[in-house]
Write a protein that binds this ligand. Structure first.
Ligand SMILES: NC(=O)N[C@@H](O)C(=O)O
Ligand code: NI
Length: 163
């Protein structure tokens, strides 16, 4: 069983970026708004790649805790960002960035409202798991050829949430 942990910039750094207000801020729009730059490093222009923005929608029956893991996947040519919309929450479940998923090093982060993540290209991750119904904004690389390598898990593993 993998215990999901709180998402912090430091803990997520080996896998990519935390999308949340950071230190690089300035006032805009006559001082009415704070602008935070550099909250994600999109890497989507390899080859014929371009940015693609989608919404992934789940309902309250899609995923139930504890969350059984089925497979890990990676996108070798592009980053992938997940930003829950509204009160949505999701999990970022990762297994390193080696030649194959490292099932001994699976980690799970809870992406809370107001947070998001950008996975660096090549990072093994479980396809989206949401905590309850959620709409998740996804920014990824779109290209002529699909860039998604999937490896089924050998072991039976599930993710649980903190009590
Ligand atoms: N397949 C797809 O569109 N999404 C996955 O890449 C995922 O990480 O959820
Ligand atoms: Ni993916």
């Amino acid at each position: 069983m993998v215990l999901a942990q709180a998402l912090t910039r430091e803990a997520f750094a080996p896998y990519g970026d935390l999308i949340a207000p950071g230190a690089n801020e300035r006032a805009i729009n006559f001082g009415t708004t704070r602008r935070f730059d550099g909250v994600a490093h999109l890497d989507v222009e390899q080859g014929d790649g371009r940015a693609c923005v989608a919404i992934f929608r789940t309902d309250q029956h899609t995923h139930r805790a504890p969350y059984p893991l089925r497979a890990f996947e990676r996108h070798l040519l592009g980053s992938q960002s997940f930003v829950p919309l509204g009160a949505g929450r999701c999990l970022a479940v990762l297994a390193g960035a080696g030649a194959a998923p490292d099932e001994a090093a699976i980690v799970a982060f809870i992406v809370e409202p107001g947070q998001g993540v950008t996975l660096r290209r090549g990072v093994w991750h479980h396809p989206l798991i949401t905590i309850g119904a959620a709409d998740i904004l996804v920014i990824e690389r779109a290209a002529r050829d699909e860039d998604c390598e999937v490896v089924a898990l050998r072991a039976r593993v599930a993710v649980r949430l903190p009590e």
